[in-house]
Design a protein around this ligand. Structure first.
Ligand SMILES: Cc1cc2nc3c(=O)[nH]c(=O)nc-3n(C[C@H](O)[C@H](O)[C@H](O)COP(=O)(O)OP(=O)(O)OC[C@H]3O[C@@H](n4cnc5c(N)ncnc54)[C@H](O)[C@@H]3O)c2cc1C
Ligand SMILES: NC(=O)c1ccc[n+]([C@@H]2O[C@H](COP(=O)([O-])OP(=O)(O)OC[C@H]3O[C@@H](n4cnc5c(N)ncnc54)[C@H](OP(=O)(O)O)[C@@H]3O)[C@@H](O)[C@H]2O)c1
Length: 245
């Protein structure tokens, strides 16, 4: 169940937000899935889920995490140095994967905060580019300094100029090109579709939502207002979600 992982690299995006690259021998996974990181605290096992940012073909694991003040595990992850170890689940899991998403013209990948992680893994595979005419990433954060992997996302703009759209949403300061609005509000008032230049509809769109659970609830409500419904195995729809807490 648990294998030893060794930290081989870390990136500090800002004081709280960081990435850990980890070497661990786990089973093959699908882009969008998460692993668990774990440690014993006073004899009690503490385990938390972290989405993999790296594509399945990589020979390392990478997670993007935020230090939650007063959190049980994340402050300890934030303290990990290169060379130190952490326990890793031997297999990844999760259904926020493109195999679960029905065909459509447009794929919208919407995230707040660390919820961008699974999309980075997906974008580094062929699947989104082969299956959809347009791939739209909507990335919502508090401050511009919270936009992790922006350089990676901008490379897709160069590589797929006709196919890829990146819309940042920075809620607590002005930032070039970003909407100063939460995702659900920008869905409600049409400003997101306007900025992206595409409409959301059950006929043309598949949407993934990942991150803050309150964002997901509010965005889901807004998307339902546009005729989209939750994508379930027993009842396919247009919105596939992963709540981080
Ligand atoms: C499927 C899944 C995938 C996840 N992937 C990631 C990931 O890639 N990166 C990541 O940082 N976290 C991710 N999480 C959240 C992660 O598992 C932990 O909950 C988080 O690190 C806090 O753990 P903790 O023990 O420090 O805090 P706890 O003591 O467990 O406190 C939990 C509280 O922290 C807050 N919180 C938890 N996660 C976040 C977050 N990501 N951003 C903001 N506030 C948060 C919430 O208020 C929550 O109630 C994921 C969760 C799930 C269920
Ligand atoms: N980011 C930081 O600078 C910072 C600093 C100290 C500690 N932390 C820790 O990190 C945790 C998470 O921070 P985070 O910035 O990654 O994630 P977050 O609080 O989920 O914020 C990310 C984005 O989601 C938006 N959002 C929040 N609630 C929403 C809702 N109900 N509906 C729609 N959108 C919503 C935020 O907008 P709003 O800006 O309008 O809230 C922001 O644009 C905090 O709980 C805290 O423990 C973060």
């Amino acid at each position: 169940m648990w294998v030893e992982g060794r930290v081989t690299k870390r990136i500090d995006w800002n004081k709280q937000l960081f990435s850990l690259r980890i070497e661990a021998d786990i089973a093959p996974f699908v882009a969008g899935q998460f692993i668990k990181l774990s440690e014993l605290q006073q004899g009690k096992r503490i385990a938390r889920a972290y989405s993999l940012v790296n594509p399945p073909r990589a020979d390392y694991l990478e997670v993007l995490a935020i230090k939650v003040e007063d959190g049980t595990l994340s402050p300890n992850l934030h303290n990990l140095h290169v060379g130190e170890t952490i326990e890793v689940s031997s297999a990844a899991a999760g259904f926020l994967v493109l195999d679960e998403v029905p065909p459509a013209k447009h794929l919208w990948l919407m995230a707040t905060g660390t919820g961008i992680g699974p999309y980075l893994s997906m974008l580094a595979t062929d699947q989104p580019w082969q299956r959809f005419d347009k791939v739209v990433v909507v990335y919502g954060v508090r401050y511009a300094r919270d936009l992790a992997y922006l350089d990676v996302l901008e490379q897709y703009l160069q590589r797929y100029p006709q196919q890829f759209v990146l819309q940042t949403m920075v809620t607590r300061e002005n930032y070039a090109g970003a909407l100063v609005k939460r995702i659900p509000e920008a869905l409600d008032d049409g400003s997101l579709e306007n900025a992206v230049g595409l409409s959301l509809s059950p006929e043309s769109s598949q949407v993934m939502l990942c991150g803050n659970p309150e964002m997901i609830t509010a965005a889901m409500q807004s998307l339902e207002g546009k005729g989209l419904s939750k994508n379930l195995r027993r009842k396919p729809g247009q919105v596939t979600v992963e709540r981080y807490w």
